[in-house]
Ligand binder design. Structure first.
Ligand SMILES: [Zn+2]
Length: 278
């Protein structure tokens, strides 16, 4: 799933290409594309695109009178639509601009989770952004320690909880824990101010690295190409110590870590044991 760096860099890309252009129309292509009833998307017709922003894993297309909040979820992409096909493959929604260009939201696969919210006024105070925690790279050590202590869960899960901190997904959670030299399964309530400081440094460094990578590209990267030490690198050497990168596998994802760097050499129990019980 695109996370904070990918979405922010993509917002900058679309902003550079489309800001200032007036909206000619918005068309949901699937039944599930539009998540709101009011205001109608037509409220923004004729208004110029003021700017394209990012909040957590969401893109914001701000037309002043109304803002379109877009969640790409796992396989969603928002791209200039050169073909303007009547039934575009994977098409979810289309924004047409008065200079003849268009933006198309597509979603790969069959999940149909990507969506668009139209909001009036401050988007921060309304669904879907109103439940988000602070932007991951804006949180300082004291605030992060408070967030970690507000829950007693594995850090990997706390980092991915958008209500607590916004913008981190599975990849960044893996990379942040590795960079901070913390076990992904360490319990958040037990972390110290020193741990929180290391986590803040790790979050900022990982976000900066991801942003630098994405900003050098013309389009959003594929997950496997993104920079990192452990995510998608099972069986490879840890770049910091040479130990092998290990994973704990879940049904839909894996937690990747280096035992030497993060757990004092302890190999974490693999959750796939459940598959042997079937
Ligand atoms: Zn290592």
């Amino acid at each position: 799933m695109p996370e904070l760096p990918e979405v922010r860099a993509h917002a900058e890309r679309i902003d550079a290409a489309f800001a200032g252009t007036a909206l000619a129309g918005f068309r949901p292509i699937t039944f599930t594309a539009l998540k709101t009833f009011s205001p109608a998307p037509e409220a923004a017709v004729d208004a110029p695109l003021a700017y394209v922003g990012q909040r957590g894993k969401h893109l914001l297309l701000d037309f002043g009178v109304a803002t379109f909040v877009v969640h790409l979820m796992q396989g969603g992409r928002l791209r200039p639509d050169e073909k303007k096909a009547a039934k575009p493959r994977g098409g979810v929604a289309r924004w047409s601009f008065d200079d003849g260009r268009a933006l198309l939201l597509t979603e790969a696969g069959t999940e149909r989770k990507a969506g668009v919210w139209v909001v009036e006024g401050d988007p921060e105070t309304q669904a879907p952004l109103d439940h988000l925690g602070p932007e991951a790279d804006s949180v300082g050590p004291e605030a992060l320690l408070e967030i970690l202590h507000s829950s007693n869960s594995r850090i990997h899960g706390v980092l991915r909880d958008q209500r607590l901190i916004a913008g981190i997904g599975r990849r960044l959670a893996n990379e942040v824990c590795h960079r901070a030299r913390l076990s992904p399964f360490a319990m958040s309530a037990k972390l110290t101010p020193d741990d929180a400081e290391r986590l803040v440094e790790a979050i900022r460094a990982c976000v900066a690295e991801g942003l630098a990578f994405e900003r050098g590209r013309d389009d959003m990267s594929a997950s496997k190409d993104r920079p990192g030490a452990v995510h998608h690198r099972k069986g490879e050497e840890c770049p910091d110590c040479g130990d092998v990168v290990r994973t704990v596998e879940y049904r839909a994802y894996e937690v990747a870590y280096c035992a030497s760097c993060q757990t004092g050499g302890k190999v974490l129990a693999d959750n796939t044991t459940s598959k042997f019980l079937k």
